[in-house]
Design a protein around this ligand. Structure first.
Ligand code: AMP
Ligand code: MG
Length: 482
């Protein structure tokens, strides 16, 4: 009965300041809800010979694999702009597993009970939000967007008290690491410069070994993270993803999307879209995501000041200039991403107007973001007359003229579009339907939804129902997964 775990617990070997040694708190009656077999095989893990009862014990944390050394990690965070000392308040990292191809992944249980960082929380998670994280993170992965992954969800057999009584659950989250901007902030706030250097070295070793021997590692790391986070947010904008809670504790140093709390995908195009019930000011609205990414990166830069230059003023100047390079980078990457969505090769002076005019039209007409690009690829799921509009037709003529400038065939343009425009996204009402059914033990809708979301760029017969936005006028609201 070998599953294939190969644990190496490097983070737990760092000094006490980084973590608390703790085991998951056992749960009463664990029951496996879902197991991601294809991810297991990507991780060189084989659960096929383990019965469901044993799997339930494993993925609830009731039975820890040998070789694991479990910890809760310390971190801080700017939550909606306010600095707080945090940490894994309801999660336990059971270790770093190395795959056959020598890749290292954190294996973490979320909802695993109280830790030293729980503050007033109960350390637990509810079934709905954990399944929601499973669905959306796997959808993001299939969309080709860096993300943490979801290996399993187990019901705990315990009730948890929120506004209502809910079923408890544990999610097994896989990440290339859980080091966050907030991890650096935590150590910096404790004013432990030697430990901060330990974290810097550890991070470079784990994620950016290419700068191990560079002259200014801290500055190089900052530049690399700017690049990765810039790419990430451009990807979010591409598919209409709104993270919802871009606090600095929810931004990884690996560049993976993390913490699927109040996130959701935009249906009709409105740059100010916010789904989270607690985001009253729209701090994390769709259009604000790049601005906040830069803001978070500036908080990261602040932690690195002592290592950028011995002369503090000089270090601040360099860090500021580096952070200010973000806008130009973002603008360039965003333009290229939009060109890809429109099948445009090369550059043209008027590209920006062409792109912005389409977005303005979509905003005015409340056009569905995903399906507008489907229409342009001749794959519109439903003709509701929206595109008969004269303004749109005029825009489309300009777009077609621009495509001719490519020196490329229409076939190649469409191929480019097909790689960049998903046909299916996790539509909010479909996600809700699947979660409601799962609460009542009917797993068919969630299994079908996850299956459809596995191939978002492929036209298939069974996807129509998943392409149509909800016809309800009610504003969709999301809540933090606490
Ligand atoms: P999040 O909003 O999920 O990013 O969580 C922010 C902080 O609150 C993190 O430190 C979490 O560990 C903590 N937290 C969230 N929910 C709970 C809970 N139910 N019990 C204890 N800590 C929690
Ligand atoms: Mg978080």
């Amino acid at each position: 009965m070998t599953i294939g775990w190969h644990f190496d617990n490097t983070y737990s070997k760092l000094s006490d300041i980084f973590r608390e040694e703790i085991k998951p708190i056992p749960v009463i009656n664990p029951e496996l809800v879902i197991l991601n077999e294809s991810l297991a095989s990507e991780l060189s893990l084989d659960f096929s010979k383990i019965d469901k009862k044993e799997l339930s014990k494993i993925f609830s944390g009731n039975s820890l694999p040998s070789g694991s050394s479990s910890i809760a990690q310390a971190y801080a965070g700017h939550q909606f702009g306010h600095f707080t000392m945090l940490g894994d308040g309801r999660a336990v990292l059971i270790g770093e597993h190395t795959t056959k191809s020598n890749k290292k992944f954190d294996i973490q249980f979320k909802g695993s009970g109280k830790t030293a960082f729980s503050r007033n929380g109960d350390g637990r998670a509810a079934l709905g939000p954990m399944l929601r994280e499973y669905i959306i993170s796997e959808a993001m992965n299939a969309l080709g967007i860096p993300t943490t992954r979801s290996l399993a969800v187990v019901k705990t057999g315990e009730n948890i008290q929120r506004e209502k009584t809910l079923q408890g659950a544990v999610l097994t989250r896989i990440a290339s690491s859980h080091i966050r901007v907030g991890t650096f902030q935590y150590i910096a706030a404790r004013q432990k410069e030697d430990e901060l250097k330990t974290l810097l070295d550890y991070t470079i070793d784990r994620h950016y070994p290419e700068i191990k021997n560079s002259n200014n590692q801290a500055l190089d790391l900052l530049n690399l993270l700017i690049e990765r986070q810039c790419n990430l947010v451009v990807n979010w904008m591409r598919v209409g993803f709104i993270h919802g809670v871009m606090n600095t504790d929810n931004m990884t140093i690996s560049g993976e999307t993390i913490d699927y709390g109040p996130c959701a995908f935009m249906d009709f195009y409105d740059p100010k879209t916010v789904f989270s019930s607690i985001d009253q000011t729209g701090r994390y609205a769709y259009c604000n995501q790049p601005v906040i990414t830069k803001w978070n990166l500036a908080r990261f830069a602040e932690c690195l000041i002592p290592f950028i230059d011995k002369d503090q003023d000089k270090a601040v100047k360099i860090a500021t200039e580096t952070i200010n390079s973000f806008e130009k980078k973002y603008e360039e990457k965003w333009m290229n991403m939009m060109r890809d969505k429109l099948g445009l090769f090369g550059l043209d002076d008027k590209d920006k107007f062409l792109i912005l005019d389409l977005l303005t039209w979509m905003h005015e007409k409340k056009a569905d973001y995903t399906n507008t690009f489907c229409y342009l690829m001749n794959l519109n799921p439903k003709d509701d007359g929206l595109f008969d509009d004269n303004n749109f037709k005029n825009w489309k003529k300009r777009w077609e003229e621009r495509m001719l400038k490519n020196n490329n065939t229409p076939k190649k343009c469409i191929e480019l579009m097909r790689k960049n425009n998903p046909l299916v996204i996790p539509r909010n009402h479909k996600v809700e339907q699947a979660l409601m059914a799962a609460e009542k033990n009917d797993l068919n809708p969630i299994i079908e939804l996850i299956d459809v979301l596995k191939n978002p760029y492929t036209q298939k017969n069974n996807i129509f129902d998943y392409q149509i936005p909800s016809n309800s006028d009610e504003k969709y609201q999301t809540f933090c997964g606490t």
